[in-house]
Design a protein around this ligand. Sequence first.
Ligand SMILES: Cc1cc2nc3c(=O)[nH]c(=O)nc-3n(C[C@H](O)[C@H](O)[C@H](O)COP(=O)(O)OP(=O)(O)OC[C@H]3O[C@@H](n4cnc5c(N)ncnc54)[C@H](O)[C@@H]3O)c2cc1C
Length: 360
Amino acid sequence: MATDVVVIGGGVIGLATAHELLRLGARVTILERSYCGKESSWAGGGILSPLLPWDYHDSVTQLVQLSNKLFPKLVEELRQETGISPEYQTCGMLVLSDVKNTQDDAVKIWCDRNIFSIKNLSPHEIVPELTWDKSALWLPAVAQVRSPRFLQALKKSVELSGGIISEHVEVKSWKFKHAHVESVITSQGEHVAQHYIVAAGAWSQEVLSEYALKMNVYPVRGQMLLFRAPLGLLKTIVFHNGFYLIPRQDGHILAGSTMENVGFNKNITNDAREELLAKTRTLLPMLTEEMLVGHWAGLRPGSYGNIPIISRHPVITNLYLNSGHHRYGVTMAPGSAHLLSKTVINNLPSLDSAPYHWPN
Ligand SMILES: Cc1cc2nc3c(=O)[nH]c(=O)nc-3n(C[C@H](O)[C@H](O)[C@H](O)COP(=O)(O)OP(=O)(O)OC[C@H]3O[C@@H](n4cnc5c(N)ncnc54)[C@H](O)[C@@H]3O)c2cc1C
């Protein structure tokens, strides 16, 4: 069957982009070398916000704000269409601070400018079980999804909308005519389309090889622990000094995550397990090692400042990239899908695309 767009990579970014293009009337094929949604996107915590949102460049903030606006409708449509709930919930985030008054002027200015609600309070007002006795900031608008469910729903919706998903198909190389991709060569033969989107996460640069030009997307390993806790032990995300706890609706709690530059090594380590267990014990002693039921690692598509590249190739006219979302790919997925889809069909997106252009 003829295809307008080939998407390379079936993580949250590839699936969300395919989903959006299908809604705009394109015929789409996803080529995924393993199973869709089993790499970084599966490993992620599903927090739908930068951890300290005021610490990022405006381009991250704008993409997050667009995504936050799109999320409620998207997850509701997915739930109704597929019967799979992504478990979207506005659970809020409690940011624990080592100093008494956390609301410094720069944070206040950022929050006012971005109409972002925060409150200085005692952490026990929100989570009585915490050992923390200093101050905290309450970010009530922060939401989450359960990443594996979100991915399942996106995948099913792509299929129901007529998208073709070809798993166990690895893109190996490119065929060009002048500054135009003619086809991609895969482990299962050749694929021809009008447009080609690389959404291969940490592997995007490898997929593009010398055509990557000056893009710089690299793997950053993150390890996570999963606990099975009594229902209701924790109801909100808690963050302290790079470490977070995320409660799911069924009582599971995730504890993460590490940031490691170890190339494409996806192994879990004992050191990370001990470090994450110690941090868990310090914040919430009721969450014990006996409740530990999982430990995994994923490779984030790292980028400078967490600013993704969502863009047409500077030279090759029908090649595009949607990658480099680093710590916030789930958060930024709907906005990134919107931006790239509009670029492919030559329509104006609802966000200036300049900050996400491909460096050359
Ligand atoms: C521990 C951890 C916690 C995280 N927590 C959060 C969080 O709370 N909130 C948040 O927003 N983000 C979080 N993230 C980051 C987020 O998960 C990533 O930014 C996001 O998943 C990137 O999505 P992606 O689709 O670009 O990459 P991936 O999910 O890695 O997908 C890329 C896909 O491309 C495929 N592929 C690669 N090469 C080829 C090829 N040659 N041919 C065909 N297919 C190929 C891969 O198999 C893979 O399926 C976390 C990440 C980790 C690791």
